[in-house]
Ligand binder design. Sequence first.
Ligand code: C5P
Length: 233
Amino acid sequence: MNEPRIIVALDFDHAESALSLSKKLSPQLCRLKVGKELFTAAGPSIIEKLIRDGYEIFLDLKFHDIPATVAKACKVACNLGVWMINVHASGGKKMLIAAREAVPAHSTRLIAVTVLTSMNEFDLHEIGFSDTPQQLVLKLAHLTQDCGLDGVVCSAQEAPSLRKELGKNFCLVTPGIRLPDNTRTDDQERITTPQQAIQNGSDYLVVGRPITLAENPRHALYQIQQSMLRITS
Ligand code: C5P
């Protein structure tokens, strides 16, 4: 697979910072993720600008609402010309099916968030789930696949079991990536290195702060890519 497998999270509060970072990177090396912060600050025009610069965009708005609302939001998001969008799998079967019906197959990729990588077992128990993150991720990933979506967001720690149970065509997108020498986990709980993520069967790695806060973001991206190539070649 020669397509870029790193998705850089543009977690910024205004367009200028996002555009300035995008100029330092390259569409040949990565895709870009626009999340709630940047989209709320800069709106659809930031998407247009990044697409014009040649980037494929993952619009990470994690929709979670009643089925009709999510379906309509998904449709509008697709019309922005983005490569990937997502919803929360915990929105349930009816919501997932409505989202699928709103997004034509083989157009924008539609994936679902299983359990946020910032959550551990204690956090889940606190909100009423008795499953471990691993058990809940597996349940939600099966539900997502049964509803016809293209894949899930999960931690690369769960990728081996998901790959085994859901097959090779189900897309696994994994945030919570940290370099081996990076002692900062920030707010992430279930983290892996880029090499582990690839070995575990991840298709795309979402990387935010290890690149956006690096002194030389392009070099950080290049280093991550090289470490992945050592595994795939
Ligand atoms: O900076 P860092 O590499 O931790 O960036 C993680 C990015 O991935 C953030 O933009 C966050 O919203 C996103 N994300 C996540 N966990 C998920 C889904 C998305 O951390 N389950």
